[in-house]
Design a protein around this ligand. Structure first.
Ligand code: IPT
Length: 968
């Protein structure tokens, strides 16, 4: 089973931390990771594909392999993924052709990138010793904008386009199977459907949607339907029986937008209950490729996001943006991942639509059976998937011991609201037949002549299982925590789940742990390293192996266990604790493990009831964080453009009288930023004109994507601003001149526009990605001819010939400080004015504030740090959103935050270790743009952390990137 977590290397540009994520995914029992790569970051300059530095994939592949994770590569060219342009480089705006079509111009545009990224992926294929086992070309090449029904949703698709993308990947050397994903199960490009068809078909499913705003009111589940198991007949028609049933993206989180409710609400919307109900229901369809989007979201640093999202791409995923495991939904995934890893019979079982009334005695429950040649699985949930009722039921099963109704020893089973159970019959646990179990299986393991099985249930639930009489009888049948019967055809055990675990032994053959679900959250199964090619990869063979080099261990610990290995009868564990933690080895290869080491330290270990145990002390470190608000800050004006005599000689003249953009030009020359090669961050326009004395106002239409803003000046006078709303992608603005202009004098307009990213290109017959950014239209009263204004503009210095190849083409915008490279470490700040962002600026302008600070974070701890910005407070201690200002946060040159005081909601910006030097000097720069005439200031700026983890992670190296050099 390819049970997979979606995780994007480009959203965590600190390569030394990739292993951390892979290990956390592997620790859930998952076997795979699916990743996008983002073309816009890799070919900012047309014809120059640069997949190096933090954008290189080799270290990503090495880390996946080290953790034992197989990869599904999804390098586009189109990815969607809430990225600017859906991953398309901005320069595609300048092309004439329909995007995602066979127009030669478009094919020529994508080919060099596909060949280059394809070559890199091909080198990492499993057949060459790498982790890559699948490749997905493009993304959801499925939908047409104007479809009238399910039948014509895909009628705009050009199958030759898909074929071209696939063939080009093949030409690059890719040999692994090609997986195609459909936005809906429509059957596009399913194997055997002719031109462009892939080797494996899959579709994507977001029951709660990804539209706006999904995260408010997270308890409300009335947003979807769960069309299972009715879907089954559809899926059978679409895909071949020989092809794994694949859900390439299943909802694992939800996004939040500007002005939104915050990512924690998204985590509660798509929470552990959602995972239980929706994921288990998906398994009931016999899905064997299942990828959860997102499992680790990361960060939209450096302008990589689209306009509907802000800097955090946490997405409420199982692993939070700061890489931590504090959400219960992570633990639930671990239960499911371990179940799959321990249930090879699932792979050959077949689902069946038969449902209500057959298996349970309850009319409100739905049961979907998966029937195997021996083992059966029964997935039970409320038919009304939103139901929060407590439903008692019994289950009718046909087993080796006949047709029975369980529980047999009295009482009833319980489904508590938004939950789902996978009950089993005839389940093999290392040669022993578990005849049935209502309690769910966490995992099992055979070592020597003994099997160990871990079962769990929710608090207060009654569960029952049965075992053959042939195996050893229960050693302690009078156990007060259980009901036991050996009277009939089998040994039957019933227990009601409480906090304390129950341990049972059946002679010498079998140990069973009966656990409360929340206790299982602290149990980990770790694959021991094996010789190549198995390495640490998942394999069912580990279940039955006593051979230490092909086996795995089950260990109870705490916060996280990452890896295990055995040397000289000592078990070496690597993991993380956030409190003093008891470690207990539940199973290990026979003969192994007389002693225990944790994170390289030998522990004082003892045997308790035959199990090796030790205690890891949590030692709280001393952490001294600099008080940023009190640091020595330097300031430089970052809008010199509004000063008299500013020289814009070297700026780009907006002289293009034609544009390929689909929006028809309504200005004498194009003012679309993309026509001049500017695609990220912000833009500044300077409009020169000679006054005739009749001017009273300027009309502007600007477009920067949702939540954008603009500011407008005439010479040095502020005319006004548009502070932005989450709903407006463009705005019309008439700005009155404060006083009459002097006839015959030259004036200059300065317009600063924020750019929130290009729109995505989800539909395939239109080109929303090409919606231009910049000034769309203008008029100057008193001038009938718009060409009386001569416009110049700038974006990031150099535009497509961008300067900073380490941080990529999108990290910089148009602001003076960015163009000068003042955001980069080493900038000549010594002569700048002493002023802090808490003093701020006192007019509508842009100020650039910098400070340096030193960190000395103790080794052995993972302490994710954030930079918090606090806007002004109004009297009641409530945030004052009426102050309109925007801040960009540059950490050692990397733009790791975009703060909009009047929209919010993000105030806390995580910056990964590696981007921050945890044991050295750091350079912090803030662009502070006041859209109000009275200026703006911060109330506070600080470094903060939420968790302190004593960690076995590998400390990441500080990311190397270019430093300040004088720019012309
Ligand atoms: C799906 C995209 O494939 C993926 O890139 C990401 O954008 C995801 O959505 C979450 O928004 S498209 C899906 C909404 C059908």
């Amino acid at each position: 089973m390819f049970l997979s977590a979606e995780f994007h290397p480009f959203r965590l540009p600190s390569p030394g931390l990739w292993l951390d994520i892979f290990q956390k995914v592997k620790a859930m029992g998952f076997s795979g990771v699916s990743f996008y790569h983002m073309w816009a970051l890799l070919e900012g300059e047309p014809g120059h594909v640069r997949i190096d530095g933090v954008f290189a994939l080799e270290e990503f592949f090495a880390a996946a392999k080290e953790a034992g994770i197989y990869l599904l590569a999804r390098p586009g060219p189109y990815i969607n993924s809430e990225t600017t342009g859906g991953g398309f480089p901005g320069w595609l705006q300048k092309t004439k052709s329909q995007l995602r079509s066979t127009n030669p111009e478009f094919l020529n545009a994508i080919k060099p990138y596909i060949l280059e990224v394809g070559k890199i992926v091909a080198k990492a294929e499993i057949t060459k010793g790498g982790p890559v086992i699948l490749l997905q070309p493009d993304n959801e090449y499925t939908l047409c904008s104007e479809s009238t029904g399910i039948l014509d949703m895909s009628n705009c698709l050009d199958k030759q386009y898909m074929a071209f993308v696939e063939e080009t990947y093949r030409e690059a050397g890719v040999t692994v199977p090609i997986l195609v994903n459909d936005a809906l199960p429509l059957g596009n490009f399913a194997p055997g459907t002719g031109v462009g068809s892939g080797d494996i078909y899959g579709w994507d499913f977001y029951p709660f949607g990804w539209g706006q705003p999904p995260c408010s009111n997270p308890q409300n589940w009335t947003r979807s339907s769960l069309p299972y198991p009715a879907y089954l007949s559809l899926l059978r028609n679409i895909s071949l029986p020989t092809s794994p049933r694949s859900i390439v993206e299943f909802q694992g989180g939800a996004p939040d937008a500007w002005g939104g409710v915050g990512v924690e609400q998204c985590a509660s919307l798509v929470n552990q209950d959602f995972e239980r109900v929706f994921y288990k229901s998906s398994y009931s369809l016999h899905v064997t490729l299942f990828n959860i989007y997102m499992t680790y979201g990361g960060t939209n640093w450096g302008n990589i996001g689209h306009p509907l999202g802000y800097t955090s791409y946490d997405a409420g995923a199982a692993i939070s943006e700061d890489r931590q495991l504090t959400r219960e939904k992570y633990a639930e995934l671990k239960l499911q991942g371990n179940f799959h890893r321990a249930s090879p019979a699932y792979l050959t079982a077949q689902p069946n639509e038969d449902s209500k009334g057959i298996y349970t005695d309850s009319s409100v429950l739905l049961t979907t059976p998966l029937l195997g040649s021996k083992t059966n699985f029964y997935v039970v949930r409320h038919d009304d998937y939103q139901s929060t009722n407590l439903t008692r039921y019994s289950l009718r099963l046909s087993t080796k011991i006949g047709n029975i109704t369980i529980p047999q020893l009295g009482g009833s089973l319980l489904l508590a609201g938004r939950d789902s159970k996978i009950h089993v019959t005839n389940f093999d646990i290392g040669g022993i037949d578990l005849l049935y179990s209502s309690a769910e299986i966490f995992t099992w393991k055979r070592t020597g002549n003994k099997s160990t099985l871990l079962l769990y249930g929710g608090m207060g639930e009654t569960h029952e299982f049965a075992l053959p009489k042939e195996i050893g009888v229960l050693t302690d049948p009078e156990n007060e925590n259980i009901k036991y019967s050996n009277a009939g055809k089998a040994q039957i055990v019933q227990w009601t789940v409480g906090k304390d675990r129950v341990m049972l032994s059946f002679g010498k053959d079998l140990d069973i742990y009966l656990l409360w679900r929340n206790e299982v959250y602290t149990y980990w199964t770790l694959d021991l390293p094996s010789p190549e090619p198995l390495g640490r990869y998942t394999s069912p063979s580990r279940l039955n192996s006593s051979d230490a080099s092909r086996s795995s261990v089950i260990v109870k610990a705490g916060y996280l266990l990452r890896s295990a290995s055995i040397r000289n009868e000592r078990l070496y564990l690597v993991g993380d604790v956030n409190a003093t933690t008891e470690i207990e080895v539940i199973t290990a290869p026979l003969g192994c493990c007389k002693a225990l080491s944790f994170n390289g330290r030998d522990m004082e270990s003892t045997f308790i009831d035959g199990r090796l145990t030790a205690t890891v002390l949590f030692e709280a470190p001393e952490i001294h964080l600099p008080d940023l608000a009190k640091m020595d800050w330097r300031y430089v004006d970052s809008l010199p453009e509004i000063q008299n005599g500013f020289d814009d000689n070297s700026w780009t003249l907006c002289d293009k009288v034609a544009s390929n953009n689909p929006r028809v030009l309504t200005t004498p020359t194009s003012l679309y930023a993309s026509d001049y090669g500017y695609h990220a961050g912000s833009f500044i326009y300077r409009g020169h004109f000679m006054a005739n004395g009749n001017e009273t106002a300027l009309y502007l239409q600007t477009q920067g994507g949702f939540a954008f803003g603009h500011g407008v000046w005439l010479n040095s006078s502020f005319l006004g601003s548009w502070p932005g709303t989450p709903e407006a992608s463009a705005t019309n603005h008439t700005l009155m001149f404060p006083r009459p202009l002097v006839r015959g004098s030259r004036y200059v307009l300065t317009v600063l526009i924020d750019h929130m990213g290009y729109d995505e290109n989800y539909y395939n017959d239109i080109n929303p990605m090409k919606a231009p950014r910049g000034i769309l239209e203008y008029s100057l009263s008193g001038h009938s001819d718009a060409s009386s204004i001569t416009w110049k503009m700038t974006g990031n210095l150099g535009g497509e010939t961008y300067r900073d190849h380490s941080r990529g083409p999108l990290n910089e915008g148009a602001m003076f400080a960015e163009r000068q490279g003042y955001h980069l470490p080493g900038a000549p700040t010594a002569s700048w004015e002493e002023r802090s962002p808490l003093q701020g600026i006192n007019s509508a302008s842009v100020g650039f504030f910098v400070t340096t600070f030193t960190l000395d974070i103790p080794a052995g701890y993972d302490i994710p740090l954030a930079i918090e910005l606090h806007g002004p407070m109004s009297v009641a201690g409530v945030k004052d959103k009426s102050s309109n200002f925007r801040v960009q946060i540059f950490v050692n040159g990397w733009q790791f935050g975009k703060y909009v005081n009047n929209l919010g909601p993000q105030m806390k910006f995580f910056v990964p270790e590696g981007i921050l030097d945890y044991n050295g000097d750091n350079y912090l720069g803030l662009t502070l743009w006041s859209l109000d005439g009275m200026g703006a200031k911060l109330e506070d700026v600080k470094l903060s952390y939420d968790v302190v983890v004593q960690s076995g992670y590998s400390k990441p190296k500080v990311v190397q990137a270019i430093e300040y050099e004088k720019r012309v």
